[in-house]
Design a protein around this ligand. Structure first.
Ligand code: SAH
Length: 348
């Protein structure tokens, strides 16, 4: 009974005390998950109606200097074949995305030292010149304030940088050579520079407990990002976490629904990882209030190499085919496809 009461309270207030959030996570039963999702979906529909926003994802490099123990493209993985798209290949992928009807690109990659400011700024300028009507999102990890500033000046609109976990010891365990505080400082820099920012974390990391998710949720509430990327952790066979269990769809959709209720206007992707752990994962994400999907427009010959985890959904098809399937899935389930810029409704 209390679980429903707390869900109602969260729905009314878009906020909830730590103990009550923990109570929901500890005691929620199957029937109540449906109720939680219903409330989350109602909340999403208040602001976004039936719309699902589509963003074109370009995975432009898998070189990475970082040590993230969960990630298949971390610097220590010698098995992965590294690639870096040339400027021409990136612009071609953008052009393809344009022809397909997108109005936003997400350029994601490892922390590739090749892309020093000069090079990245130059690339962004070219993209913004050729595709002025597009919103441009970068997801390229941690950089100094001045670097984020230069990129903002040449027109980058949004930046995705998941905080990964708000528990310092856990952060250290997963990234032995890095500090959580640095990542949080990056998010603050991005926010103060006027980017639309995205934070987020994985569900089901080894050793993660409900009380830890509650801290992540409250951190997100406090940060109030425009976007929140949340997906299940999935082991990768070349990492130290290869024998760990993947995060579940159930847990992920509960967390997604809680995020939607805490941050009613947030842009919330049904992630590729969610679609990978289960055939209907992304649909169940939509039912929890997710409202974004990022179809992959990376040239097919590179996609397998951007393997953050095992079994990453990769139709191997040309971008158009992946887009067609995604649109069909959305429409068949009575949502609407929106390929506009889809700017955030979160305002500071
Ligand atoms: N280098 C960029 C982009 C990282 S990849 C950055 O640091 O922000 C995007 C996200 O994929 C990561 O933030 C992480 O949360 C997620 N990811 C990495 N490895 C994963 C795995 N094994 N399972 C699920 N998600 C993973």
């Amino acid at each position: 009974m209390l679980v429903r009461q707390y869900i109602d309270e969260l729905y009314e207030r878009n906020d909830l005390e730590e103990e009550k959030l923990l109570y929901i996570l500890d005691y929620i039963q199957k029937e109540e998950i449906g109720y939680l999702q219903k409330k989350a979906l109602q909340t999403k529909e208040k602001y976004y109606g039936k719309k699902i926003y589509l963003r074109a994802l370009i995975e432009f490099t898998n070189y990475c200097k970082r040590e993230c123990r969960y990630c298949g493209i971390n610097r220590y993985n010698t098995q992965v074949e590294r690639y870096r798209l040339s400027e021409e290949e990136i612009l071609k992928a953008c052009q393809r995305a344009k022809e397909l009807g997108f109005h936003t690109f997400v350029l994601q990659g490892g922390e590739d030292v090749y892309f020093r400011d000069e090079i990245l700024v130059d690339l962004v300028k070219k993209i913004k010149e050729r595709f002025p009507e597009f919103a441009l999102t970068l997801s390229v990890g941690e950089r100094p304030y001045e670097s984020y500033q230069k990129l903002k000046e040449v027109g980058v609109d949004r930046f995705l940088l998941r905080h990964e976990t708000i528990i310092p010891e856990m952060y250290k365990k997963l990234h032995p050579q890095s500090e959580l505080q640095t990542r949080l400082d990056c998010l603050e820099s991005l926010k103060s520079l006027g980017y639309q920012i995205g934070a987020g974390f994985m569900v089901g990391l080894p050793g993660y407990e409900n009380k830890d998710y509650v801290k992540d949720l409250l951190f997100l509430k406090h940060l109030s990002p425009h976007m929140t990327g949340i997906g299940p952790f999935i082991p990768h066979h070349d990492t130290e976490l290869r024998n760990e269990k993947a995060g579940s769809v159930e847990k992920t959709i509960i967390i997604l629904a809680l995020v939607r209720l805490l941050l009613p206007k947030v842009l919330l992707p049904a992630t590729t990882a969610l679609g990978t752990v289960s055939e209907d994962g992304r649909l169940r994400g939509f039912a929890s209030g997710a409202n974004v999907v990022m179809p992959n427009v990376t040239p097919p010959e590179f996609r397998d190499k951007y393997a953050l985890y095992n079994g990453k959904k990769n139709t191997g098809d040309e971008a158009a085919e992946g887009l067609r399937q995604t649109c069909e899935m959305i429409r068949k389930n009575n949502y609407e496809v929106d390929m506009g810029r889809g700017d955030s409704k979160v305002k500071y």
